[in-house]
Ligand binder design. Sequence first.
Ligand code: MLT
Length: 410
Amino acid sequence: MARINEHYAKLPASYLFPEIGRRVRAYQAAHPDARVIRLGIGDVTEPLAPAIVAAMHEAVDDMGKRETFRGYGPEQGYDFLVEAIRANDYVARGVDIAADEIFVSDGSKCDSGNVQEIFALAARVAVTDPVYPVYVDSNVMAGRTGAVGPDGRYPGLTYLVGTEANGFQPEPPAEPVDVVYLCSPNNPTGTVATRAQLERWVEWARANDAIILFDAAYESYISDPDLPRSIYEIEGARDYAIELRSFSKRAGFTGVRCAFMVVPRSVMGTGADGARVSLHALWSRRHTTKFNGASYVVQRGAAAAYSPAGLAQTDAQIAFYMENARLLREGLGACGFTIFGGVHAPYLWLRTRNNATSWEFFDRLLTEAQIVGTPGSGFGPAGEGYFRLSAFNSRANIEEAIGRLRKVFG
Ligand code: MLT
């Protein structure tokens, strides 16, 4: 009999979004005429930009001709994509990242779940609370924690609590930590780290010889030019940070799948003998062993997102979603809600009404307004009493949702 990985038993039975899907399906089955508006999972709704579609069509044609057919591609990504990433996301912002420090992948969810593999089980890991659940669950699966406690926390992880008082941007920990996951613009709170806050993090990492895993999947939603889009805009970050980026929310690739991780050669861990070891070498070993590259067609599509037409079209999509966010903020504000986020991120984070728990508020919104959101407690104990709404939807649905919210709460 094959013994299972017992650490899985420490996890809740289902991941947050499938659980929400299950509850919504049950409601919909009982109320077949209800027109449910989904502002739960942050899934894009606009079709792919024409420049991306054209590039992918052309790439399919390449694959159908002997002269241009491609088999396995380079594991770290095709040059045409890696160079476009380097030039647009880094060189243009004054950041020097070498081509071989970029690892193209099939998604940031996988990257953020997998990256913990290159650290020792004994590594002390910190997460923010609320948090994108993948950071926590992947460390639980790996065996870095005990069983969840009555407070909803896993012993073995350090939780950095985001509150209204700290603007949901907790300060670096005072206790010893080796690896910290940061996400800015933040999922789920929609808040964004300032340059000064990121400088404090890099300074902390330097002082503690710690590693920052910086998830910047939503960087393209930042509109203030003074806010950093990359951790590498902060002096010294090249020695202490790994950055994750995605085409999912930048270019509507949630169903296409393409992302990348930057692992500078200068980021070091420590071996059991105390020797300095390049994390780049470890990640390269892991990536080339367990991954065979994102598909050629997908990478052609991702590269087209950086063409002049691709940039203009995807920027317009982002502006469209951010106008949805603005309308939602306005509508919720008019109903008297306390709202965070939604300015440099497609997520709004609101305090529930009348001290309702996050799941009570979820049920109320679903049954009285037929709107689906995400309960804050699904993102960690500090999310209790809060609720996330996503701005990804059609304008008509956003306007309809605001009308319903005003009826129920206005
Ligand atoms: C979310 O809703 O939090 C995101 O869609 C999840 C993800 O990107 O994996």
